[in-house]
Design a protein around this ligand. Structure first.
Ligand code: ADP
Ligand code: TZD
Ligand code: MG
Length: 585
């Protein structure tokens, strides 16, 4: 359907003087029509040449256009929108620098298997290709290609419909990921017959078709599972993304197998579920004999499926459910690969399990339960130890309780200690409520994720941010205020990266590289844009401030003072950090 464009209703320039004027459309309108036809109604971006008018026209057409202060955060918002909705999130940027700013988010989305489309305006092809120095000249398509799942350029208005269709399908089918769409400035103004234009729009039918696993593959997986004495299920964010929540629950509960949720899979089943082995993670990884990977990769986050944390030497068998065939055997041998979409794969296992499925031996379940209870008791002790200044546990005990009372709230989390402690302390109760640094452990997703979480779900958002982590996207508090989003940011302010106590070893006047301005007041940033700023120094004040923010829905930033000595280097992944053993005078 074409948007009404009266200003374009002119007689076709070089046609015979016709009695009936021809209705025309152009690249701007075709692009909007193509997005709307595919039910893509929100754009995250930053305006400028050559896409300023596109943003205006999109807004005029009823699309939601959310303008950011930096493209990386708009891109992160688009990626999270994709994760939450299973439709590609749209990010719109200007050429070269805007495109490059958005590219980090595109690459990060692809790495995390989130569907998004980065749409960048680009400069004149003829000039760019001859490298004659156009305004913001850059061969964007070539640069984007290795960093995303697919990249397309559109040169003719009549191809916009099919290009958007390709982009949508590429983003969401199979393993989801990022797609780049390169739109040279000239394209937007290209005019064509409106009726022809309407015909060129493609509504993608079944963009992410079900992919059924082979029956033999399901049988093989069940045979491996039947032989297990100490089975374990690992749920990953691929399972959360799939929105196959009921089938996931049925599979876990019918099998009776303990499960570990990866961080963004927390809440797929409530973390308080009796089969959750989250608090017995080390034992579960080490002692299990058959591991069912459910939408999770055996990457660095799981020590590649080998080594000490997996109890090597071992003879564990892996069953893996994934939509991406080449994920199998990426790190270790997969005894039973089950390739297909999450729902179909789990359903095929459930069907094959029949009515008399044997749950795992009690000995294994008791071992996990005992370890879990010991660890939870240890954690409880830490959480009940209230300190002032707050350590991480004192502050997180308050937030844990708030999320327990508000299970529908969205939780965004980034930092090092702030991330690692929050992940293990704060229980999640519902699927896709936890958004964090993902596969790369990237800082800077916070405000983009918070904006998208608020816009896409309408739920209040609690963003738990290390002071360093927050700084990567901090300027977007203006965006949060401008759209009056129900976002409560808690900055865990420990004066720096990991902690605030490092000193300059040379004795010079520069502070150590990990240390920030002491006693900063991040709350003032929020006040600058009309939001609510709070400064809290103990647990009670934190609880009151967060509850007030979550009740009011007003944009709020709480500067939570954390003991600057309470963090550890790199949080829980200090082992990945090379350290010099050479002492030089
Ligand atoms: P985590 O970080 O939580 O361990 P990963 O991002 O490593 O999770 O893994 C997610 C996996 O889920 C990817 O290998 C991806 O191919 C897979 N995946 C994504 N969507 C689906 C789906 N609908 N069905 C099956 N597998 C999926
Ligand atoms: N840059 C990017 C884009 N991602 C990163 N992960 C880093 C740098 C390195 N980095 C981490 O891995 S965590 C972190 C950085 C800079 C910040 C940790 O400090 P914080 O958290 O204040 O956010 P804590 O609570 O003080 O540990
Ligand atoms: Mg910090």
């Amino acid at each position: 359907m074409s948007v009404e464009t009266p200003e374009l209703t002119v007689e076709a320039a070089n046609s015979k003087p016709a009695s009936e004027p021809k209705e025309l459309t152009d690249g701007f309108h075709l692009l909007i029509d193509a997005f709307k036809a595919n039910d893509l109604n929100t754009i995250y971006g930053v305006p400028g040449i050559p896409i300023t008018d596109f943003g205006r026209l999109a807004q005029a057409s009823g699309m939601r256009v959310i303008s950011f202060r930096h493209e990386q955060h708009a891109g992160n918002a688009a990626a999270i929108a994709g994760y939450l909705t299973k439709k590609p999130g749209l990010c719109l940027t200007v050429s070269a620098p805007g495109f490059l700013n958005g590219l980090t988010a595109l690459a990060n989305a692809t790495t995390n298997c989130f569907p998004m489309i980065l749409i960048s305006g680009s400069s004149e092809r003829e000039i760019v290709d001859l490298q004659q120095g156009d305004y913001e000249e850059m061969d964007q398509l070539a640069i984007a290609k290795p960093l995303c799942k697919a990249a397309f350029r559109v040169l003719h208005a009549e191809d916009i419909g099919i290009a958007v269709a390709r982009a949508v399908r590429a983003a969401v089918s199979g393993r989801p990921g990022g797609v780049y769409l390169d739109l040279p400035a000239k394209l937007f103004g290209q005019v064509m017959d409106a009726a022809e234009g309407a015909k060129s729009i493609v509504k993608v039918i079944d963009p992410a078709p079900a992919q059924l696993p082979a029956p033999e593959a399901a049988q093989r997986a069940l045979d491996v599972l039947k032989g297990a004495k100490r089975p374990l299920i690992i749920l990953g964010k691929g399972a959360a993304y799939a929105q196959a929540d009921d089938v996931v629950r049925q599979f876990v509960e019918k099998s009776g197998i303990p499960y570990l949720p990866m961080s963004m899979a927390k809440g797929l089943l409530p973390d308080t579920h009796k089969q959750s082995a989250g608090a017995a993670r080390s034992l579960a990884l080490k002692e299990s004999d058959v591991v069912v990977m459910v939408g999770a990769r055996l990457n660095w986050l799981l020590s590649h499926g080998k080594g000490k944390s997996w109890g090597e030497p071992h003879s564990k068998k892996f069953i893996q459910i994934d939509i991406e065939p080449t994920e199998m055997d990426s790190n270790v041998e997969i005894a039973a690969p089950l390739v297909g979409d999450m729902e179909s794969c789990l359903q095929s296992l459930l069907n094959g399990m029949g009515d008399n499925w044997q749950t795992p031996p009690q000995e294994w379940l008791s071992a996990i339960a005992a370890k879990r209870d010991t660890n939870l008791a240890r954690m409880e002790k830490k959480l009940s130890n209230v300190t002032e200044p707050m350590d991480f546990h004192t502050a997180l005990a308050a937030l844990k309780e708030i999320i327990r009372q508000r299970p529908d709230a969205m939780l965004v989390n980034e930092g090092a200690n702030t991330l690692d402690f929050a992940r293990s302390v704060i229980d999640m109760y519902k699927p896709r409520k936890r958004l964090d640094v993902g596969t790369w452990g990237i800082m800077g997703i916070g405000m983009g994720a918070a904006v998208a979480a608020a816009i896409e779900t309408g739920q209040p958002v609690l963003a738990v941010e290390g002071d360093s982590a927050f700084g990567f996207s901090g300027m977007e508090v203006e965006t949060i205020c401008r759209y009056n989003l129900p976002v409560c940011i808690v900055v865990f302010n420990n004066n720096g990266i990991y902690r605030g106590t490092d000193v300059n070893p040379s004795g010079g006047s520069d502070v150590a590289p990990t240390v920030f301005v002491k006693n900063s007041r991040y709350d003032k940033m929020m006040e600058a844009f009309g939001g609510v700023g709070e400064h809290v120094v103990n647990q009670d004040e934190l609880t009151v401030a967060v509850n007030k923010a979550m009740d009011s829905g007003k944009p709020t930033l709480i500067n939570a003072v954390i003991d600057e000595a309470s963090g550890t280097e790199s949080g829980r992944i200090g082992n990945l950090n090379p350290q010099s053993v050479v002492t030089k005078k």
